[in-house]
Design a protein around this ligand. Structure first.
Ligand SMILES: [Zn+2]
Length: 319
């Protein structure tokens, strides 16, 4: 419990530092925000740029979400101690989407060259063991963000724990690994919300979209025709150039159905799904990957998830 309390405190401290930095940036202050450096969660050298980005001390941190409960699930943060991007991976948000959590468990063993890699491979662990989307009475984690630590629904409490971890590590990129039944490119003219496999969804910004476009292009050049990925994003209305701090992803198109898949949200800025993370973690670009299950075996689904994340991290010069 002590660790969680400390983590919560550090997350709050990080938020204060970010706010301080944002205010400093807005007022075009020339001085580095010294107070932000002293408040920061982890001992780190003074940042070389005015905007303080956390650099976590080299090493591997293992942690648990909802420790001491039946929903306890592990996470790992692999820090190089070097400046770089910070990538966070979610797996097992839905227990019947094994390609995602198998890939996340593989990614949790990677050693990045710089920055930090944070992986929580089986966020709804009991549901992964039961191989169901979510156990009755748990709630749906990907409809629960930013969560509520006092909710009767365990996935609401898990969502709050996940957001706390994310606010501590401040990922620049969040990859949430899911599966869908049918393939987007096989949806036909009638469409349908079950046809969301082989897609990446992200609100994106004019700054982050190119990396996703390049990642999809690179992976598509190495996979079969049927496995081709589609980037579903909408940056309409984004100002050109640098987006404002705290800008949020825009929603993707919403098919007419009440049974919305993970990557389609009816509200702005990702709603209560992981696509809303830019609202709770400054500078975070959430990306929701959906892998098609129909006629595509589990091992290949995990492999394709892994390939997408690896390619993005190579583009970030982390691998
Ligand atoms: Zn899912």
């Amino acid at each position: 419990m002590g660790r969680i309390s400390r983590r919560r405190f550090l997350a709050l401290s990080g938020g204060t530092a970010a706010l301080t930095a944002f205010v400093a940036a807005c007022s075009h202050a020339l001085e580095p925000p010294a107070s932000a450096v002293t408040i920061d969660a982890t001992p780190a050298p003074p940042p070389p740029v005015p905007t303080p980005e956390p650099v976590f001390a080299a090493g591997v941190e293992s942690f648990a979400l909802m420790p001491g409960t039946q929903w306890e699930t592990p996470g790992v943060a692999i820090h190089t101690g070097l400046p770089g991007s910070r990538v966070m991976i979610f797996g097992g948000v839905h227990g019947n989407e094994p390609g995602g959590w198998l890939a996340a468990e593989e990614i949790a063993r990677w050693q990045p060259r710089n920055g930090s890699l944070i992986v929580m491979p089986r966020l709804n662990r009991l549901s992964t063991q039961a191989m169901v989307r979510t156990v009755d009475g748990f709630g749906d984690l990907n409809r629960s963000y930013p969560g509520n630590p006092n909710s009767v629904l365990p996935m609401q409490r898990m969502a709050a724990a996940v957001v706390n971890v994310a606010q501590h590590y401040r990922p620049k990129w969040l990859f949430d690994l899911h599966e869908s039944w049918m393939f987007y490119n096989e949806r036909g003219t009638s469409g349908g919300t079950a046809f969301i496999g082989q897609t990446l969804s992200s609100g994106g910004t004019t700054m982050t979209l190119p990396l996703l476009q390049q990642t999809v292009k690179s992976v598509n050049s190495r996979v079969s025709q049927r496995e081709q990925f589609t980037l579903r994003t909408n940056i309409g209305g984004q100002p050109s150039g640098t987006p404002a701090a705290g800008s949020t992803p825009r929603p993707t198109a919403t098919p007419s159905s009440t049974a919305l898949p993970d990557s389609v949200t009816p509200q702005l800025a990702g709603g209560t799904t992981s696509l809303g993370f830019a609202r709770w973690v400054e500078g975070c670009t959430p990306v929701l990957i959906e892998m098609g299950q129909y006629g595509q075996d589990e091992g290949r689904r995990a492999e394709l998830h892994t390939m997408l994340v690896q390619t993005a991290m190579e583009r970030l010069e982390m691998l």
